[in-house]
Design a protein around this ligand. Structure first.
Ligand SMILES: Cc1cc2nc3c(=O)[nH]c(=O)nc-3n(C[C@H](O)[C@H](O)[C@H](O)COP(=O)(O)OP(=O)(O)OC[C@H]3O[C@@H](n4cnc5c(N)ncnc54)[C@H](O)[C@@H]3O)c2cc1C
Length: 394
């Protein structure tokens, strides 16, 4: 056998596992990636004007898990970056997550002070809550009025645009990702570690995958070279029986031929625009447009990467339905966290559990709304708890 481990997908999940298998265990790893590059959705590159952009939308690294930073620091140095976001609400650019500064900017002073006092009394200074919790908690009419304002102006239309669903139709963890903050902390994330890889994500991935035991094939759908015999649970690579380990980070429903039906996703269209001779397009890294325009947000990359350049590049994000048969809408960006979809995923998960030589890990394989740090932590865990024992028993 030429390889001990096959990894499908060169995003965070696949790359961490490939790196660990090669460096810690000395295994020969083949990564199969259908895109023309490594890095998955975290891939970044220089555009035609020399600005570092994130091809699949802005990616900001944040975590509370030091071991994740320690691990990735083997492959990159970092620059400090605290992401700040504004939202255009009633003609004003105000800080997001919705916090006490936002209240002061949107309401006359006496009303703002009343709202702030009530929030501190009922929720507590320094606390974070979700809009759905705030709506439930508000027996007080003034607080009800504020909760309704935040729901309508910040969450409702944004969620409809992004998901074509109302906030209460989604798993509460989704709306909870953007909290209501009872303090003057304007930062988008509250995590202890917030930083960007100094030379970019792709450079970091190249270092991760630089071990001589790692080979990767780009522009290759795994189904073109890996054949799965679902009846006898056997795997072939290039027409030869493969008895090693397959780590799969693609869509779990695709792996099983959609046998229980398709898991729904949301997709996005990214419209990049370069603005020559404009040093700064907007005040902060990202501006959200909950109620205006058909795009959800505009990101200016230089603000995030801190690159110096006489011009700037921005990207507008247009949410769209995912359709694997339709070019331009065929990238599954976001799993759709709803109870019916979770049930469908569980069917695939149960089937996956019957395959002892295939490991399913990552955002698509586990149908989870993971951030990058979650995926790194998950892949390291899977390596320690599932892969190491498999090889040490051999
Ligand atoms: C718009 C957007 C913004 C985001 N912003 C942030 C952020 O700011 N901070 C943060 O922490 N996280 C962010 N994320 C989440 C982050 O992108 C993911 O957590 C992370 O990239 C998931 O890594 P992964 O390896 O699981 O999946 P992916 O990165 O999707 O990698 C899977 C890889 O498998 C390949 N693949 C799939 N099927 C096949 C096949 N049949 N054959 C061969 N290859 C295949 C794919 O091409 C892909 O490269 C964002 C996500 C999106 C969509």
């Amino acid at each position: 056998m030429l390889f001990d481990v096959i990894v499908v997908g060169a995003g965070f999940a696949g790359s961490v596992i490939a790196e660990r298998c090669a460096r810690v265990l000395g295994k020969r790893v083949l990564i199969i990636e259908k895109r023309a590059h490594i890095g998955g959705n975290a891939y970044d590159c220089y555009d035609d004007h020399g600005i570092l952009i994130h091809q699949y939308g802005p990616h900001i690294f944040h975590t509370n898990q030091k071991f994740v930073i320690d691990y990735l620091s083997n492959f990159t140095t970092w620059i400090e970056y605290q992401h700040r976001v504004q939202a255009l609400i009633d003609g004003s650019y105000v800080p997001l997550p919705f916090n006490l500064n936002t209240i002061q900017q949107l309401f006359p002073q006496h009303l703002a002070m009343q709202y702030i006092e009530l929030l501190i009394q009922r929720v507590g200074f320094g606390k974070r809550t979700t809009i759905l919790q705030l709506r439930e908690l508000s027996s007080e009419p003034l607080l009800q009025q504020l909760a309704e304002f935040v729901y309508q102006k910040v969450f409702l239309n944004y969620t409809l645009k992004q998901w074509e669903l109302r906030p209460e139709e989604l798993n509460p963890t989704v709306t909870g990702r953007v909290p209501v903050v009872i303090s003057y902390d304007d930062r988008y994330f509250a995590d202890e570690y917030q930083m960007m890889p100094k030379s970019g994500y792709t450079a970091m991935f190249h270092k991760m995958l630089s071990d001589q035991n790692i080979h990767y094939l780009l522009n290759t759908d795994y189904q073109d070279i890996v054949k799965i015999d679902f009846i006898n649970k056997k795997i072939q690579l290039f027409g030869q029986e493969f008895s090693g380990l397959l780590v799969y980070t693609g869509k779990i429903d695709e792996f099983f031929g959609y046998c229980f039906g398709e898991l729904p996703y949301r997709s996005l269209h990214f419209a990049f625009e370069h603005l020559p001779q404009i040093d700064s397009y907007q005040k902060v890294g990202t501006v959200n447009y909950p109620n205006d325009y058909s795009y959800t947000r505009i990101t200016e990359f230089k603000k995030i990467t801190q690159q110096r350049h006489s011009g700037t590049t921005i990207v507008r994000e247009y949410p769209q339905r995912y359709d694997r048969h339709k070019a331009g809408a065929d990238i599954p960006y976001y799993p759709l966290p709803q109870p019916t979809n979770e049930k469908l995923y569980q069917q695939y998960k149960n089937l996956a559990a019957t395959w002892s030589n295939v490991i399913f890990v990552g955002r698509l394989a586990e149908y989870r709304y993971y951030d990058m740090h979650h995926v790194v932590a998950r892949a390291l865990h899977v390596f320690e708890k599932e892969i190491l024992p498999k090889f040490s028993n051999q």
